[in-house]
Design a protein around this ligand. Sequence first.
Ligand SMILES: Cc1cc2nc3c(=O)[nH]c(=O)nc-3n(C[C@H](O)[C@H](O)[C@H](O)COP(=O)(O)OP(=O)(O)OC[C@H]3O[C@@H](n4cnc5c(N)ncnc54)[C@H](O)[C@@H]3O)c2cc1C
Length: 252
Amino acid sequence: MVLPFTMLNPDGVKEIEPLVESRGGIYLPDVWLVDPSELTKSIIEDAQLHGVGIRAGARLFQADTTSEGIVLETEQGHIQAETVINAAGLGSDEVAAMLGFPKYEIFPTRGEYWQITTEKYQSIGTPVNQTASKLSGKGMHLSPRDGTLYIGPDRTLTTERRNVQEQRSDAVIFSEGARRFLPEIGEEDIKWGYAGVRARNTNPESASDFIVGFDSDQVCNIIGIESPGLTAALGIGRYVVREYASVSSEAR
Ligand SMILES: Cc1cc2nc3c(=O)[nH]c(=O)nc-3n(C[C@H](O)[C@H](O)[C@H](O)COP(=O)(O)OP(=O)(O)OC[C@H]3O[C@@H](n4cnc5c(N)ncnc54)[C@H](O)[C@@H]3O)c2cc1C
């Protein structure tokens, strides 16, 4: 599917976002931001309507492959599974190893978003991205959400997969990032917002791609689903369903 788009010169960009400086742009009128928790809730509701049972907080700590299938040992007891789809994000390498596939490694990559606090920039309502590159992916971008304009994320390798909510990066990285679009921004115009960790499957200096596939007819590993993994979630889901159909028909 090709989304409708319009090529813009610098004045065309200014007609949409008068404060944004650029050498031109590609405008995708059908692209918007989604609320991740609302999207997740809605997927859960749809799944439940189709008979899916959900066990939240059931951390997997061991998996044993037997002739009857795979026995999953979780904090909420055993689960006997015919097929396991490992979509454990930052824990997907550990889960893959438990399932007998120790070949994967996650490189947790931390990213901070900073808030642009200056009043005049709060009128910006369009997500503004720089030209994507193989290495930087979508790179640092302007992201207006819930009445706040954010700039970010940066990208640093970390050993910590949890408890990352503190400022570690330098403000100058974000004021420089924002100046690509808003040349008058200084460090006094921004303040720390929040941080997150992406589950990259290569170190931050190398290009990476999602790994999605069945390593056996019982186990599908989904590894390295960093951004834009949320955007791609439904597509990845459809792909896994197709792969499952083909793997299970070969196994019959
Ligand atoms: C700062 C930042 C900005 C981002 N921006 C965007 C964006 O603009 N657009 C976009 O599309 N995406 C974005 N993403 C990426 C997006 O959030 C991820 O791609 C997406 O969440 C990956 O989904 P997932 O289901 O693979 O993993 P997750 O969402 O990480 O879910 C994995 C789940 O598995 C669970 N789990 C882990 N280990 C175990 C275990 N042993 N047993 C049981 N459960 C386990 C975890 O608790 C978690 O609930 C961003 C991410 C970050 C950090």
